[in-house]
Each structure stands twice: as C-alpha cells, then as structure tokens.
Design a protein around this ligand. Structure first.
Ligand code: FES
Ligand code: FES
Length: 162
C-alpha cells in the first residue's frame, strides 16, 4: 500500500505492506537508526517515537496506522547543531550507560515536558515508568529531567516578574 508519512518535518512516500511495524520503516527504509528495538512487544519503551504529538511504541504500531501522520524521532529533536534541552541535560548528567534505551527515554521525557513543563518528581516517575533501563540509570534520568524543570521554573518566574 502507499503510505505517506511526515518524519521529522520531511514528507516520505513509501510503497510498503501496511502491517510493517513503524520501527522497521524508520530504521530500515528511512535509515533513522536512533530508535531502538528492545522487546518488540510494546513492553520496554526503547522504540518510543512521537506520532501526532503522542508517544507510541513504534515496534507495535503498524505503519498503516501512522499513514498521513507526523512522526518525530530522536533525530528530529535537535535544531541543527543545537540539541534539545533534555539532550543537553542527558549529556550533563552522564545519563546513558550502554545507551540502548535512552532515545526512547528522551522521547518520553520530551512529551512529558511539552505537556507539563514543571512536573513534580512523582509526575516524572509516573511518566517515565513505561521506559525500562536494564542498566538502571533511573536516578540519573530523573535528575536530568529535574534539571530542565528547574530551568523551566526559573524561566516562568522571570516571565511573571517581567
Ligand atoms: S521494542 Fe518496542 S516496546 Fe520494546
Ligand atoms: S542505558 Fe543501558 S539499557 Fe538503559
């Protein structure tokens, strides 16, 4: 079937079996290898991307469901050489160990802060709970997200003063 996707702002037209997981399309057809295959069963979150602004498990999303939609992957977060604030925070806090789960972690964190720029620790933990890390980097993930929350809080209080 013909599938039309906008991926990281670029329109892509594919002729592909509609049952093909979105993850295969991103990695094998479009060469976007930043999104990872973990469990392949919707359980670990390593394959998380955004589809129409919502985080989805691309390993278990048939590409036909994404047709006509807007997909954002880890490669689409930066603006040229300028990384997303969360990517900078990940580097600053040395979050990754093996790194395998981290693009999915960041995509979930980006969605959280896009919808709630100043979440509590409990809200961060709840939002990130579906993203598993076999290396146990959870405390650094929370610290990195909280560092961006602090900067969002300071931006909004400066805005109120202005
Ligand atoms: S690889 Fe998709 S949820 Fe694990
Ligand atoms: S950093 Fe290794 S699985 Fe998360």
């Amino acid at each position: 079937m013909a599938v039309n996707l906008t991926v990281n702002g670029d329109e892509r037209l594919l002729d592909i079996d509609g049952d093909t997981p979105l993850l295969w399309v991103l990695r094998d057809e479009l060469g976007l290898k930043g999104t990872k295959f973990g469990c392949g069963a919707g359980l670990c979150g390593a394959c998380t991307v955004h589809l129409n602004g919502q985080p989805v498990r691309s390993c278990s999303t048939p590409v036909e469901l994404a047709s006509g939609g807007q997909v954002v992957t880890i490669e689409g977060l930066s603006d040229g050489d300028r990384l997303h604030a969360l990517q900078d925070a990940w580097i600053e806090h040395g979050v990754p160990q093996c790194g395998y789960c981290q693009s999915g972690q960041i995509m979930s964190a980006v969605h959280l802060l896009a919808n709630n720029p100043t979440p509590s620790r409990g809200e961060i933990v709840a939002a990130m709970t579906g993203n598993l890390c076999r290396c146990g980097t959870y405390s650094r993930i929370i610290a990195a997200v909280e560092s961006v929350v602090v900067s969002n809080t300071s931006d909004s209080s400066q805005g109120r003063e202005a």
